[in-house]
Structures are given as C-alpha cells and as structure tokens.
Design a protein around this ligand. Structure first.
Ligand code: UDP
Length: 244
C-alpha cells in the first residue's frame, strides 16, 4: 500500500505531475457510431468510454411503461479487458448501482414528460478504466443525448474531487482512488447548478467536504466547456458538409 507522502509531495505535486486543482486530460467526440441515434466517445486520463443512445422509442416490456412520461434506462458496463485483473463479464452489484444513479441523474434533465410510454436507452461501455468511470460515462451520456436530438433542460456533466495525503484534490487518478482517503463524484446541471448525483466514498470533515464539493463543481464547469466544444465541432462539420 502506498503511503500518503507518495500520492502528493510537499510541493503539492501528484503522482502524474498534476497540481491539486488540475483535471486529467479530456478528449470528447460526438456522433462516432452510425447505427445509434446518438453517440459519444470520451477519453479522460486513462479512461476510455463509448456511449450509444437509442430513443425515444416504445418501452418494452410494456409493464415498464409510464403513461405520463418516458423512462431513462442507463446501462453501465465495464468490459472484461478494461481493468488490470480481468473483470468477470456481465452485470454485478457495482454496475447495477452505477446504472441506477446515472439513470436517475439523466431523468432530471431529459424532458421526459414529452414522451409518455417511451424509453430512452443509454448504453455506457467502459473500454479502459482508470478511476472516475461513472463521471466519464455520465459526461459522455450528456453529449450522446444531445447528439440523439433528445430534448434536454441542460447538458449534464460530472466530475469528482477527493482527498489524498490530507489534501483535497480534483479528479482522482487510479492510485489516488485506491490508496487515497476519500472520493466525491458529483454530477450537475451547469445552467442551474442543480446537483444530479452525489456519492461519497471514505471520510471527510464538514470543511473538507465543502472544499471538495466546491472543487468538484469547478471541475464540472471546466468539463462542461469541453462537452460544448465537442458538440459544436460535430454540428459545424455537419453544416459544412451540407453547404459543400
Ligand atoms: N476497478 C477495477 N475492477 C472493478 C471495478 C473497478 O479495477 O471491478 C477500478 C477501475 O479502474 C475503476 C476504479 O477501480 O475506475 C474505481 O472504481 P469505483 O468503483 O470507485 O468507480 P469509478 O471511480 O470508476 O466511478
């Protein structure tokens, strides 16, 4: 097990050279799959995530339909080859939990009242995992929903902060997640600041929690800008093709 001193040094440098308030590198591309209604590929540090959105379409089986609104069904799946020790394929407790919290977060921004009896299916495939996959998946889902043309109140975005070596830092990497003191992933609607998801692993004092929450919020706004650029890029190049 790594000691705290190894995760962050006295100058505040982390294992990968980041300072406490730095995000890992993020790359987002919208509309990468041809058969899905909307899609997104996202790289966030060593995480690689692919999201495909289908719908709104009639929810099946019928008993899951809601006559007043659509249901949002996110399915988070980690590929067997995405982690160092091969992961047993198929759903497990962790993936069921992550699918549920992401579905609930997305339902708060989709205009579900417009699509009674329908389902909006969000498939999140984690191809490479290096901590922070639920944030990466939810952020990519936001872009894929826009790409699918699904009416939204806002583009949801997620980011985590945490605590390592007694310091609050942004966006934990793999070692920091494994050997750090706490992880606080959040998702928000950036337009209103509404919190769509908040989970916590580990221990934080109230002051540390407040500091980590503010930092994760700041991270969300940074990631939101990258999401918007990816969406603009897709539609600007589509518009250019039409003009040609
Ligand atoms: N992880 C793993 N095997 C598993 C589940 C997770 O190696 O079966 C790793 C993976 O890199 C993941 C990290 O542990 O990103 C942290 O997992 P956590 O449950 O905290 O969720 P995440 O931070 O990915 O949202």
């Amino acid at each position: 097990m790594k000691s705290d001193r190894e995760l962050i040094n006295s100058e505040g440098r982390r294992l990968d050279g980041r300072s406490p308030h730095d995000l890992r590198k993020i790359k987002i591309e919208a509309g990468v799959l041809h058969r899905a209604d909307g899609s997104c590929s996202l790289e966030w540090g060593g995480n690689k995530v692919l999201v495909a959105v289908y719908g709104p379409r009639e929810a099946v089986p019928r008993h899951v339909q809601n006559p007043l609104k659509a249901i949002v069904q996110a399915r988070y799946n980690m590929a067997a080859f995405s982690v160092e020790d091969r992961k047993r394929p198929g759903p497990d407790r962790r993936s069921v939990e992550i699918s549920k919290v992401i579905s609930e977060a997305l339902e708060k921004v989709v205009l579900i009242e417009q699509f009674p009896r329908a389902s909006i299916d969000v498939n999140i495939e984690v191809l490479d995992a290096e901590a922070g996959t639920r944030c990466a998946g939810l952020t990519a889902a936001g872009v894929a929903l826009v790409d699918a043309g699904i009416p939204l109140r806002d583009i949801p975005v997620a980011c985590a902060a945490g605590k390592i070596g007694g310091r609050v830092v942004l966006d934990l990497g793999k070692e920091e997640d494994n050997y750090g003191d706490a992880d606080l992933p959040i998702a928000i609607s950036p337009r209103t600041g509404e919190v769509l998801l908040l989970q916590m692993d580990g221990h934080l004092t109230i002051d540390e929690f407040n500091e980590a929450f503010d930092l994760a919020m700041k991270g969300c706004y940074e990631v939101s800008e990258i999401q918007k650029k990816a969406i603009l890029q897709k539609y600007q190049s589509a518009a250019a093709e039409v003009q040609e």
